[in-house]
Design a protein around this ligand. Structure first.
Ligand code: GLU
Length: 461
């Protein structure tokens, strides 16, 4: 279902600060950001931190850092729900006046028993409304006894909620199958469902782009919009990310969190690029953030899941490593190199040459450590076979001109009828400790002729 160019687009990314930024969340942030860009709208950041017990990232510092690293910048916010308690209380009061809410004194154990009973009877496990039937006196008695309670939103069981979702198309749900949703917790704080909907109303969110796992919440939230008299936004429930086996991506899957990818040396450009094209069919695949708006298309999803394939992400990363400037690559590689080597031992221009030499071998930045090891650590125990040693010895005089050195080697190899495919890997092995890797000329240039001669001489024996 294509959108007619929408006006006054206001979207939001509304993460809960659970301490982990998982890739599904990153994708939601990205698509909201791109959607706002596409329609000249406003992209809002809202931190949903009403659940004090689960607030693992106070002030959402991690989230802010992650989004900045990815280049996903908000136009408005961040708003913190923990600072908006008064607003939710006012809306709760309005619902009380409209008689849309009631106190529920049921304990967790009671609720669990009711649920089990309903499941056993094969009924939808919805709250049985025990507390809706309480008389004023019973309520007062419980309040006087300081019995903890929550506020529940009374759904109209005769109502049928209908809405159009940009992924699913026209949807319709009977509220009779839904529970009267808790709007508050026993400590008085408000629940996600409530605060989230109230904020979307007050922040005039025009389009709600969020994970498909929120679809049933949407039904209750639309009922809240109706009860509070606000127009409902357009919803776009985004497919859930699955691993290659088709299971919902979980902590056990590598690449579940942004931290996993940062720690493995992925570039932010590659991550946003991959998450924008995943599940789509872009002809042009490698694009910077500024051009990714062309990859988003509002259309019915063929499935509510999309496959998150780390191998494809690695491919995209490799392409980005090839694409970025030398300065960017060096800046990105330095922290990795510093973990492994003493960089005071290498002149800045040599460091540039060294990284450029191995650039095409880097899939992630972490690969720069093994790829450059040869520079920092001399190979040990490598010997050139007698035939190859024999053609290398005379060529050593030319080592200061690496091209001439390799030309001489090639010429002698031809004369001696030794295949080049044997000779060059052997020379490379003597220089670096590995028969495969960058081209020999580049290796000699980076090592310097003196060091290269020394290594070859050692292998000649
Ligand atoms: N705080 C919710 C979450 O992190 C937000 C859902 C939404 O975008 O409405 O899942």
């Amino acid at each position: 279902m294509a959108l007619e160019t929408p006006k006054n687009v206001r979207v939001r990314f509304a993460p809960s600060p659970t301490g982990i930024m998982h890739l599904g969340n990153v994708r939601t942030a990205l698509l909201n950001y791109l959607f706002a860009q596409k329609y000249n709208g406003t992209y809002i950041l809202r931190i949903e931190d009403t659940d004090r017990e689960r607030d693992a990232d106070p002030g959402a510092k991690q989230i802010l850092k992650h989004l900045a690293w990815l280049g996903i910048r908000h136009n408005e916010g961040p708003y913190f729900q923990s600072q908006r308690t008064q607003i939710y209380q006012e809306k709760l009061e309005m619902l009380r006046q409209k008689n849309c809410v009631y106190r529920c004194f049921c304990t967790q154990e009671e609720l669990e028993k009711k649920r089990e009973r309903q499941v056993a009877l094969k009924k939808p496990p919805r709250y049985d409304r025990t507390c809706m039937q309480l008389s004023q006196e019973e309520i007062q008695r419980k309040l006087d006894a300081h019995t903890p309670f929550i506020w529940r939103f009374r759904l109209d069981h005769d109502e049928n909620v209908r809405f159009n979702d940009l992924a699913h198309g026209a949807l319709s749900f009977d509220l009779a199958n839904f529970s009267d949703t808790p709007l508050t917790r026993q400590d008085g704080s408000v629940t996600f469902i409530f605060a989230n909907a109230v904020d979307d109303m007050l922040m005039e969110i025009s389009h709600v782009l969020r994970g498909d796992d929120h679809l049933t919440n949407t039904v209750t939230q639309i009922a809240l919009y109706h009860a509070l008299g606000y127009p409902i936004p357009i919803f776009w429930h985004l497919p859930i990310l699955c691993n290659v086996d088709g299971k919902k991506l979980s902590k056990r899957d590598f690449g579940f969190s942004l931290n996993d990818l940062q720690d493995a040396g992925f570039l932010p450009q590659a991550i946003v690029n991959y998450l924008a094209i995943i599940g789509g069919s872009s002809t042009e695949e490698i694009l910077p953030l500024s051009q990714l708006i062309n990859t988003i298309h509002e259309r019915p999803a063929s499935t509510s899941h999309i496959k998150y394939d780390v191998e494809k992400l690695r491919w995209v990363n490799h392409r980005w490593v090839e694409k970025i400037s030398s300065e960017e690559l060096i800046d990105a590689c330095k922290p990795w190199l510093m973990q492994a080597y003493d960089l005071s031992k290498i002149a800045p221009d040599i460091l540039v040459a060294l990284i450029e030499l191995v650039r095409s071998d880097l899939v992630t930045l972490k690969d720069v450590i093994p790829a450059t090891q040869f520079y920092f650590q001399r190979p040990t125990g490598v010997t050139l076979g007698a035939n190859i040693a024999a053609i290398t010895v005379p060529a050593l005089n030319l080592i200061e001109q690496p091209t001439m050195f390799t030309e001489a080697i090639k010429k002698s190899a031809k004369q001696a009828k030794i295949p080049l495919s044997n000779v060059l890997p052997a020379i490379r092995n003597a220089l670096t400790g590995s028969p495969t890797g960058p081209h020999v000329i580049g290796i000699i240039e980076v090592l310097g002729s003196q060091e290269a001669r020394l290594r070859l001489a050692k292998a000649i024996g």
